[in-house]
Design a protein around this ligand. Structure first.
Ligand code: SF4
Ligand code: SF4
Ligand code: FES
Length: 260
């Protein structure tokens, strides 16, 4: 156990650059990348995120899970000799020789406040908070920009038709990275629109989640406080071991082809 470190210290430790300790003798291939206009030689097999750290930058924003889930590391880049601007997640995109890149630490997108319990379950609510949705010109730029390969234009068109279910399902894997919104010629904030649609659908059109309600009651009553204290005092290694050894539901039996 690692009890002497505070939570903030453990987060800082887990967020340390994974390029620390790269031995240049072991690197066989190098590429040159340009970070905000300045050139750097970096190992060829790094992601954009680790290459930026290798070049000496430290992230205080624009980096989170390092696994493609949190949506924090949006990047705009141009490949050597191309005029086109491309987008991607820095932790999931590998560097290329001659690449020019810049990080977007935050997308300053519009997100009006609302109380989901007071809103009508109707497309008029979407237009009330996001009237610009009606301006969609079906150019599909948002879909092309999405690192999650979501059909962004389709879910926007679905919400214009009032199909909350389709928007909720099609946008379910959105990581809120903002790359669709920064490319939209109609200035639509697709991911916030979809979030409102999912919340409305969940609030008004899903069966009551009895198990969740029971579990929330148990949490409020402090049933898991002891376990939470224990877990938050563990080191990263101990947490990984605990995760690997967790109880799992038995795998579904695989039907034998011979049985047919
Ligand atoms: S829908 Fe937009 S915000 Fe969501 S993952 Fe795709 S590009 Fe990112
Ligand atoms: S980029 Fe904007 S205008 Fe184009 S399809 Fe997507 S939401 Fe519509
Ligand atoms: S750091 Fe979380 S998606 Fe890249």
């Amino acid at each position: 156990m690692n009890k002497e470190l505070t939570i903030m210290e453990r987060i800082a430790e887990a967020s340390k650059s994974i390029t620390t300790g790269v031995d240049e003798k072991d690197v066989k291939h190098w590429v040159t990348i340009h970070i905000m206009g300045r050139g750097y030689k970096v190992p060829a097999d790094l992601t954009i995120l680790t290459a930026i750290e290798y070049a000496g930058y430290k992230f205080i924003k624009g980096c989170g899970c390092r696994q493609g889930f949190c949506g924090a590391c949006s990047t705009v880049y141009r490949s050597k000799g191309e005029y086109k601007l491309k987008t991607g997640m820095a932790c999931q995109t590998r560097v290329e020789d001659g690449m020019y890149l810049v990080q977007i630490p935050f997308t300053p997108a519009e997100k009006p406040p609302y109380d989901i319990n007071k809103e009508e379950y109707d497309v008029s609510t979407i237009f009330k908070f996001y009237p610009e949705v009606a301006r969609c010109v079906s150019c599909n730029t948002c879909t092309k920009a999405c690192p999650q390969d979501l059909e962004v234009m389709d879910y926007i068109q679905a919400i214009i038709r009032g199909d909350f279910e389709l928007t909720a399902n099609e946008s379910f894997d959105c990581i809120q990275c903002g790359l669709c919104a920064i490319r939209c010629p109609s200035e639509i904030v697709q991911y916030n629109v979809a979030q409102l649609a999912r919340r409305m659908y969940g609030r008004y059109n899903s069966p009551e989640p009895k198990n969740l309600i029971d579990r929330l009651k148990e949490i409020k009553e402090g049933k898991f406080n002891k376990e939470m204290e224990k877990i938050t005092s563990l080191s990263r290694k101990e947490l990984e071991k605990l995760y690997a050894e967790r109880e799992r539901e038995a795998d579904e039996p695989i039907e034998s082809a011979e049985a047919d």
